[in-house]
Design a protein around this ligand. Structure first.
Ligand SMILES: [Zn+2]
Length: 74
């Protein structure tokens, strides 16, 4: 099993309410909001065209990653 991180604080965390409650596909709980954590590029070994930042969407109940995107929030 992976390490339980649910008791650790996340410094860069934003909360977004869901318009409709949804089931997390990891823990199967009904969630009414999502947590968004910023993703900052820290290392690149070539001239990268990848964006410098992005975000990860995590379940507020189990904190597993539901989705990740590069390019920031628009
Ligand atoms: Zn979950």
């Amino acid at each position: 099993m992976s390490e339980d991180v649910s008791s650790k604080p996340l410094p860069e965390l934003a909360e977004y309410a869901l318009e409709t409650p949804l089931n997390c596909h990891h823990c199967q709980k009904v969630i009414t909001c999502l947590h968004v954590v910023r993703l900052l590029r820290t290392k690149v070994n070539f001239v990268s065209t990848l964006p410098r930042r992005g975000h990860v969407i995590v379940c507020p109940e189990c904190r597993r990653i539901l989705s990740a995107d590069l390019g920031g929030m628009t």
